[in-house]
Design a protein. Structure first.
Length: 269
């Protein structure tokens, strides 16, 4: 996992498209003694160089924001347009897992092939979805839509770790869901790990605590160790929902401050 032989390097961007209010007890298994605000940001991520364009997750749309009580600031496809990328130009999408906020606008990317873990598809179509607590973050229409794409040869399945392209790979983590995967990218500053929900906030991986929506706590904790092995350093791990990401990394340009940041650049702090 510490292979540095990849010659391809990429720019990596985090693009914020939505947010919601939350409090600290909402974000930790077992609660938290400090009942203070701990808001959540929603991101998609873009990986690109001169040869490739790879999108990580597709976010959700306006009806889902209303249904789930979130503030949609811009659609994912509108967020991509801010950095000159049109949805129709995206050919590769890595879906970290099938929760509504990570796959919810798959239909906006008609030319893409989607990459998913075998275990995630088995999970969302199997017995565990009979439990309301586990199925709550999923939308049946999203799951059905992905199944339809399978029948159109638009889904590539991975069983564990898989190479997408030189310098880009997916790695099964589990824990948050049975088939959660993170993404590793070679950048000019070394291997960056896009944790997605393998660590919602920096605090989760730093303190080895768990987010409240968790399928297997043991896999979450082991997943933190795996991410550390995959990344060039702990500072190269980017959590999936932490507003601090927008403070720790530089904006792509001044007018996109607080919206789009460069993850291939060294942290500001």
């Amino acid at each position: 996992m510490g292979d540095d032989s990849a010659t391809a390097t990429y720019e990596v961007f985090a693009l914020k498209y939505a947010e919601r209010d939350a409090r600290r007890p909402d974000n930790f298994v077992g609660g938290d003694p400090h009942d203070a605000p701990m808001p959540m940001d929603y991101f998609i991520w873009l990986i690109r160089n001169d040869e490739r364009l790879v999108l990580v997750d597709t976010g959700f749309d306006a009806p889902m924001a209303v249904k789930r009580g979130r503030r949609l600031l811009r659609t994912p496809r509108e967020a991509l347009r801010l950095i000159g990328v049109e949805a129709n130009d995206v050919r590769t999408v890595l879906i970290t897992h099938l929760h509504n906020d990570h796959v919810g606008t798959f239909f906006d990317f008609p030319n893409a092939i989607f990459h998913l873990q075998d275990s995630e598809m088995a999970y969302v179509t199997g017995r565990h979805m009979m439990h309301e607590r586990l199925r709550r973050p999923y939308e049946p229409d999203h799951v059905a839509g992905v199944i339809r794409m399978v029948f159109k040869d638009r889904v590539v399945f991975h069983d564990g770790d898989g190479t997408i392209a030189p310098g880009v790979s997916v790695h099964h983590i589990g824990g948050h869901t049975a088939g959660l995967q993170c993404v590793r990218v070679m950048t000019k500053r070394g291997w960056v790990v896009l944790a997605s929900d393998a660590s919602h906030y920096y605090e989760h991986i730093e303190r080895k605590t768990c987010f409240t929506v968790t399928f297997h706590i043991g896999e979450v904790l082991e997943g933190y160790n795996k991410q550390r092995r995959l990344a060039a350093s702990p500072a190269h791990i980017v959590p999936g929902h932490d507003p601090l990401v927008l403070k720790r990394y530089p904006a792509i340009r001044p007018e996109l401050e607080g919206i789009v940041v460069r993850l291939d650049a060294p942290p500001l702090q």
